[in-house]
Design a protein around this ligand. Structure first.
Ligand SMILES: Nc1ncnc2c1ncn2[C@@H]1O[C@H](COP(=O)(O)OP(=O)(O)OP(=O)(O)O)[C@@H](O)[C@H]1O
Length: 571
C-alpha cells in the first residue's frame, strides 16, 4: 500500500469518527470533513468501525479506540493542517491497518459466499428417514408385537412389525417395507457381533406407562408431549395432531426436523394398554386395574413407533472396544446430533449412553441416534429455563448434569441456560467411547457441581490430540470457554479430514481453507454418487458441509491453534 493511499485511508477514518461523534473538528477541517462517510465493506453502505469488525480483528479494534483517543485530544486537527510527523506516522500505521482489514474482509466475503453456496448445495438434499410413505399404522392392531427389548423408568419397548399382508392403501407401502433390505444388510455386516436385532421386526413400539394422566387422548398427548418432539410430520393422525398442536395450554412441543443422528418417531397414537409379554412380571404396578387389580396405571396410554435398533450405545460398549477412528466418528455423531437440537432450540437434558441407540453401516461402523426425549426442554423461550422454584425440573440425568445446571440456585428472575449443557454431557460420554470409565458416574468420584478441571482423568496417549483437546474443552466449567456443539464438531471434522489445513495452521490463509472446503465438497458429492453414499463417514461429511459457517469454522481453527495453550494456562 502506498503512503498516499495509507494517509487517505487514515483521513477516511477521521470522517467516520466525526460521524460517530467521537471527534468534533472545527473550522477548515470541519468543513472538509462534514457530511462524508467511511465506506469499507460495500460501497453503498456505511459501516461503523466498532461494529463491522468481527472478533478476530480485535487487534485493529483496539487500534481504533487508541486512535479515537488521539483524535479527541486534537491530534487530528494538526495532521489535517499540515501535521506533526508523529501524527502522520500514526495515520500511516492506521491506514496500513485499515488496508489489511479491508484485504481480510474481502477474503472473508469471498469465503463466506463460498460457504453459503456449499451450504445450499448440501442442504438441498434433505435427510430422509428410511420410511417409505404409507398411510396406515395409527392403531395397535396394525402391528405384530414381538418380545420385549428394553425397559426404562417410563416405558417398555417391544419389537414390532406390520403383518406382511397389511392392506396397502392407495398404492402406498405398508410399514413392513421399512428399509428392510438395508436392515438385513447392515445386520450381516455387523461382523462377529450378534446383537439381538431381528430383521423380521424392523420396528420398535415404545409403550409409555400412564400413571398420571387420565385416559383421554387429549390428556395423554399433553402429559407425554415431549416424546413427540422427534415425531415426523405424519406421526399423528390429523385429529390427534390437532389435539397435540393446539397451543391452548402452552404445552405444545417444538418438532425436530429429521437428522441422521436423532431418532425419528414414525407414528404416535393412543390405545388401551394390552397385556404384552412379561408385563405381569416386569411392570405389574403400572398396569391398569383391568389387567392387574393392584395396578395404578390408566386404561389407555401412548404408543410410539420407531425403528428397531440392534442395541444401545451402553450395550455396545460393554462388549466392544471401538478403534480410534470409530470412537472419533461416534463422538462426532453425538456432536452433530446435539448441534441439530441446539439449532432448533431444543435441549435433550438426559444424554447418557442408554439414551443413544446404535446400528451399523455397510462397513460395520457404528451409526448413532439420540433417543428418549421425555425430559427435553422444547419451549418457546428457547434454551433458557426460568428457575424460580426448586420444584422446576432441571432434567433427567443428575450424574451427567452440566455444572451451570447442577449449581443453579432457584430464585426470582433466575434462568438456566441449557445452550451448552448437552454438549458438556457429550464430553463426559466421550470417555466411554474411548473405553475409559466415565468420571462422572458416582463410582468414579467426580460431580458436575464441584469438580475442578484439573481433576479430569488423563486420557490414554492413543486418543488423538484433537479429540483430547475437544474433550477437555467440552468439560470446561465456564460456558463461555466451552465450545458449542457446532464448533467442537468442526474441530473434529478438520482434524479428521483436513490434515493439510491443520498442518499449515500457523500461517493458515483463507484461500487454503476455501480450497480444502471445495475439495471436500467435490469428494462428498462424488461419494454420494458411488457406493459409499450411505456410510457414516459420508453422512458426517455431508452434515459438516450443510452446516458450514465461516465464523464457527474460524472459532474451531483458533481452538485447534491455541486451545492447548489456553488449557495449560488455566489457573
Ligand atoms: N428403538 C429401539 N430399538 C431398540 N431398543 C430400544 C429402542 N428404544 C428403546 N430401546 C430399549 O429400551 C430401553 C428403554 O427405552 P427408553 O430409554 O426410551 O425408555 P424410558 O422409560 O423413556 O427411559 P428412561 O428410564 O431413560 O426415562 C432403552 O434403554 C433400550 O434398551
Amino acid at each position: 500500500m502506498s503512503v498516499k493511499h495509507a494517509l487517505s485511508r487514515g483521513l477516511e477514518l477521521g470522517r467516520s469518527l466525526v460521524q460517530l461523534g467521537l471527534f468534533k473538528p472545527a473550522g477548515r477541517v470541519a468543513a472538509k470533513l462534514r457530511g462524508e462517510r467511511l465506506r469499507v465493506s460495500r460501497p453503498t453502505r456505511t459501516v461503523q468501525p466498532q461494529t463491522f469488525l468481527p472478533g478476530r480483528y480485535r487487534f485493529f479494534r483496539l487500534s481504533l479506540s487508541g486512535l479515537a483517543a488521539q483524535l479527541q485530544s486534537g491530534a487530528f486537527r494538526r495532521v489535517a493542517g499540515g501535521g506533526a510527523p508523529r501524527n502522520r506516522a500514526v495515520f500511516l500505521a492506521f491506514g496500513v491497518g485499515l488496508g489489511l482489514i479491508e484485504q481480510q474482509l474481502e477474503e472473508d466475503r469471498t469465503s463466506a459466499a463460498l460457504c453459503q453456496e456449499i451450504q445450499t448445495v448440501f442442504r438441498k438434499k434433505k435427510f430422509q428417514t428410511p420410511l417409505k410413505p404409507f398411510t396406515s399404522g395409527y392403531k395397535l392392531e396394525d402391528y405384530v408385537i414381538g418380545k420385549q427389548i428394553g425397559k426404562g423408568c417410563n416405558a417398555a419397548v417391544y419389537e414390532a412389525a406390520a403383518p406382511s399382508g397389511a392392506p396397502v392403501e392407495n398404492g402406498k407401502y405398508s410399514l413392513v417395507e421399512l428399509n428392510q433390505k438395508e436392515t438385513d444388510d447392515d445386520y450381516k455386516k455387523a461382523g462377529p457381533l450378534r446383537f439381538p436385532a431381528t430383521p423380521s421386526f424392523p420396528l420398535a413400539i415404545k409403550m409409555m406407562w400412564n400413571i398420571g394422566a387420565d385416559s383421554s387422548s387429549d390428556a395423554i398427548l399433553r402429559s407425554m408431549s415431549m416424546e413427540l418432539v422427534p415425531a415426523c410430520p405424519q406421526a399423528l393422525t390429523k385429529e390427534q395432531g390437532e389435539i397435540a398442536l393446539d397451543g391452548h395450554f402452552g404445552l405444545v412441543p417444538k418438532r425436530l426436523s429429521a437428522h441422521p443422528n436423532v431418532i425419528t418417531v414414525y407414528r404416535a397414537f393412543t390405545a388401551e394398554v394390552p397385556l404384552l409379554p412379561g408385563a405381569q412380571e416386569e411392570y405389574p404396578d403400572v398396569l391398569p386395574a383391568r389387567l392387574n387389580p393392584q395396578g395404578l396405571g390408566s386404561n389407555r396410554t401412548m404408543f410410539l413407533v420407531i425403528k428397531n435398533y440392534p442395541c444401545t450405545l451402553r450395550q455396545y460398549l460393554e462388549v466392544c472396544v471401538p478403534n480410534r477412528m470409530q470412537a472419533s466418528l461416534m463422538l462426532l455423531q453425538l456432536l452433530e446430533g446435539v448441534d441439530h437440537l441446539c439449532k432448533q432450540g431444543i435441549a435433550h437434558r438426559d444424554l447418557k449412553s442408554d439414551n443413544v441407540l446404535l446400528e451399523f453401516d455397510r462397513a460395520g461402523c457404528p451409526r448413532l441416534v439420540i433417543t428418549d426425549f421425555g425430559c427435553c426442554l422444547a419451549e418457546d423461550l428457547g434454551l433458557k429455563l426460568p428457575f424460580d422454584s426448586r420444584w422446576v425440573n432441571r432434567g433427567g440425568n443428575t450424574c451427567l448434569m452440566a455444572p451451570e445446571v447442577a449449581t443453579a440456585v432457584p430464585g426470582p428472575g433466575v434462568m438456566i441456560d441449557y445452550s451448552k449443557a448437552d454438549v458438556w454431557a457429550v464430553g463426559a460420554i466421550a470417555y466411554e467411547l474411548f473405553s475409559q470409565p466415565n468420571p462422572f458416574y458416582s463410582s468414579q468420584g467426580l460431580e458436575g457441581r464441584t469438580y475442578q478441571e484439573e481433576q479430569l482423568p488423563p486420557l490414554p496417549a492413543a486418543v488423538p490430540d484433537a479429540v483430547q483437546l475437544v474433550m477437555k474443552l467440552l468439560l470446561r466449567r465456564n460456558t463461555r470457554k466451552r465450545p458449542s456443539a457446532r464448533v467442537a464438531a468442526n474441530m473434529l471434522h478438520i482434524s479428521l479430514w483436513g490434515k493439510r489445513v491443520l498442518a499449515g495452521l500457523t500461517g493458515a490463509r483463507m484461500n487454503e481453507l476455501t480450497d480444502w472446503l471445495l475439495c471436500q465438497s467435490a469428494v462428498v458429492l462424488l461419494k454420494g454418487r458411488g457406493s459409499g453414499g450411505s456410510s457414516v463417514e459420508a453422512e458426517l461429511q455431508r452434515c459438516f458441509l450443510a452446516n458450514i459457517d465461516l465464523e464457527d469454522l474460524h472459532t474451531a481453527l483458533s481452538f485447534l491453534m491455541y486451545g492447548h495453550e489456553q488449557w495449560k494456562s488455566l489457573p
